[in-house]
Write a protein that binds this ligand. Structure first.
Ligand code: C2O
Length: 550
């Protein structure tokens, strides 16, 4: 294992997409940002210098951050933001994870342009549990806004309504030929016949789950969120914001008659509001040939935007390897169980500036989002982790996040009359090594909608899922405790539930939130405070000296 040093200079840079030229926050002037390639066991040292006129922090999405919570990055959770002109050095080690993860800004909506791949190779000399691919290619799926994403969310929070949607989806930052002015801004992957390529897919989109497919080619899924899975074939994959997925693509044995094929992405959603209903394409092209034209090349037929059946069918196929080399350590007994009702809600439209109308639901409420009716309020004067480390909770947080919803209702039926949420910085304390189960239940308040829930600091096992209301009497009997998939982000199905388990073996303050940035902005988050264990190597070390202050 080695120590790898990186410098992230956060600077504004000029880019043009869809005929719009603008200045965007970047790392080192690159968009998307630099690719980090490390080996399992390596230590990373990332020096961040903030040279933009906004706060920033960085999160290493999916990295376990064992006893390095100070480097996790979500603003106001594990650190105060790095202010303009300030610097902070993230130090952490990659322990027991290999595959594809990614990094992104974790302040407001800055991750719209501040993101990049984090590729974790196995330790030197350790093979993949599948034949080594000929080439490995990160493919980052994103969303492009012609407007400034910071202005988009600020406007939405002011008006109480939904934010404007993006103008394009992108492959490695490029919208491709289905959009105006973008034929030259097309991601092209040159391939050879008879070879296997591994696409390291990352969904970096702000607010959309995506279908992905490649014309006339089948994909084999081998890895999800930096854990191996039992390989399975799929024509189309579904990937939620925050998730990563490694897929193998074997090219045809001989040169095809026409050398180019489209890779395509389109949204999966069931929101009632507007969404970016466009399809972006990129090109798979057999070298050394060049397609005379990209018109009419074989394109994957992706499911309709609301095809929940296709999504369910795909997600049901994930199984962890659960082999001798890669055992699945699924908690069989549970010390703490929780039931979180997850969904949208509202706030009254009070205190609005004169003359403005409320653009939220029915013009009389503003959008909010909650778990167990608590809409998460970020602390402002310190981070949760600093408060936890110093045991100074007063005025910062309350350790009373409810284990169950304040009132029960038919979560997937007619919504209750009162959709108002409560607000607070409420957390759940956990003792070290507690084994935890959380059932995440979607609610149909305002709309049934799937929510990609991301837990920081842990991978969890997805032991069960279903539609309708979770039934504590019947559903646990059907749990998979043998080879459930291990992930850091899972979509709570629309009008359904998912059950996850993890062991709280990593001390710190860990946010769990919807990875739709709009839902996070509306408060769809909570946090766990995990206490130190008794042994020296079970304790959170003191904060680094350059940790930013609020
Ligand atoms: Cu990828 Cu809290 O985020």
């Amino acid at each position: 294992a080695r120590t790898r040093h990186y410098t992230f200079n956060v600077t504004m840079a000029t880019v043009t997409r869809l005929c719009v030229t603008k200045s965007i926050p970047t790392v080192n002037g690159q968009f998307p940002g630099p690719r980090l390639v490390v080996r399992e066991g390596d230590r990373l040292v990332v020096n961040v210098h903030n040279n933009i006129n906004n706060n920033v922090t960085f999160h290493w999405h999916g990295v376990r951050q064992l006893r390095s919570a100070w480097a996790d990055g979500p603003s106001y959770i594990t650190q105060c933001p790095i202010r303009p002109g300030q610097s902070y050095t993230y130090r952490f080690q990659i322990v027991g994870q290999r595959g594809t993860l990614w990094w992104h800004a974790h302040f407001s909506w800055l991750r719209a342009t501040l993101y990049g791949p984090l590729v974790i190779l196995p330790p030197a000399g350790v093979p993949y549990p599948f034949p080594k691919p000929y080439r490995e290619v990160p493919v980052m799926l994103g969303e492009w806004f012609n407007a400034d994403p910071e202005a988009v969310i600020k406007q939405a929070l002011r008006s109480g309504g939904g934010p404007n949607v993006s103008d394009a989806y992108t492959f490695n930052g490029l919208p491709g030929p289905t959009y105006n002015c973008s034929a030259t801004d097309t991601f092209k992957l040159k391939v050879r016949p008879g070879k296997t390529y591994m696409l390291r897919l990352i969904n970096a989109a702000l607010n959309d789950e995506l279908f992905f497919g490649v014309g006339n080619h089948t994909l084999t899924v081998v890895q999800a969120d930096a854990s191996y899975v039992k390989p399975f074939a799929a024509a189309t994959v579904v990937i939620s914001p925050g998730q990563t997925m490694d897929v193998l693509l074997t090219t045809s044995a001989s040169m095809p008659a026409s050398p180019a094929f489209a890779m395509a992405i389109s949204p999966y959603t069931n929101t009632v509001g507007t969404f970016d209903n466009t399809t972006a394409t990129a090109v798979l092209e057999y070298a050394p040939q060049r397609a005379a034209s990209l018109r009419g090349i074989p394109t994957p037929s992706l499911p309709a935007y609301n095809d929940t059946g296709a999504v369910t069918n795909f997600t049901s196929k994930f199984r962890s390897l659960a082999s001798a080399a890669y055992p699945a350590r699924v908690p069989r007994a549970v010390d703490r169980s929780f039931f979180f009702a997850v969904g949208l809600g509202t706030d009254p439209c009070k205190g609005r500036p004169n003359g403005t109308t409320c653009q939220g639901p029915n013009g009389t409420a503003r959008f909010a989002a909650s778990m167990n009716n608590v809409s998460f309020a970020m602390p402002r004067t310190t981070s949760l982790l600093a408060a936890h480390y110093q045991r100074r909770y007063a005025g910062v947080l309350a350790a009373n996040f409810p284990a169950t919803p304040p009132r029960t209702f038919n979560y997937t039926g007619a919504p209750p009359n009162n959709t108002f949420v409560s607000h607070g910085t409420r957390v759940v304390p956990l003792r070290f090594n507690a084994s935890v189960e959380v059932v995440l239940q979607d609610t149909s308040i305002l709309a049934a909608e799937s929510h990609p829930l991301h837990l920081h600091g842990y991978d969890f096992f997805v032991v069960g899922t279903g539609f309708g209301n979770y039934d504590a009497g019947k559903d646990p009997a059907r749990y998979n405790l043998v080879d459930p998939v291990q992930r850091n982000t899972i979509s709570v199905p629309t009008g359904g539930w998912v059950a996850i388990r993890f062991v709280a073996d990593n001390p710190g303050a860990w946010i769990m939130h919807c990875h739709f940035d709009v839902h996070l902005s509306w408060g769809l988050a909570m946090a766990w405070l995990v206490n130190d264990g008794p042994l020296p190597d079970q304790k959170l070390p003191p904060p680094p000296s350059d940790l930013p202050k609020c």
